[in-house]
Design a protein around this ligand. Structure first.
Ligand SMILES: [Zn+2]
Length: 50
């Protein structure tokens, strides 16, 4: 059993202490915020149909 677990960023695959490295975390967060803003701007059409 490989006890030596090398943590890697699950997004870019680069060695990272966390599951998602800082750069990717930043990117994901930015995209999430963008999506949220876009959704709110788009109105509530989406909300009814889920
Ligand atoms: Zn990354």
């Amino acid at each position: 059993m490989g006890e030596e677990k090398v943590e890697k960023c699950m997004i870019c695959g680069k060695p990272s202490k966390t599951t998602i490295c800082r750069a990717c975390e930043d990117k994901i967060r930015g995209e999430a915020v963008e999506k949220k803003i876009r959704r709110e701007k788009a109105g509530r059409i989406d909300k009814e149909k889920k």
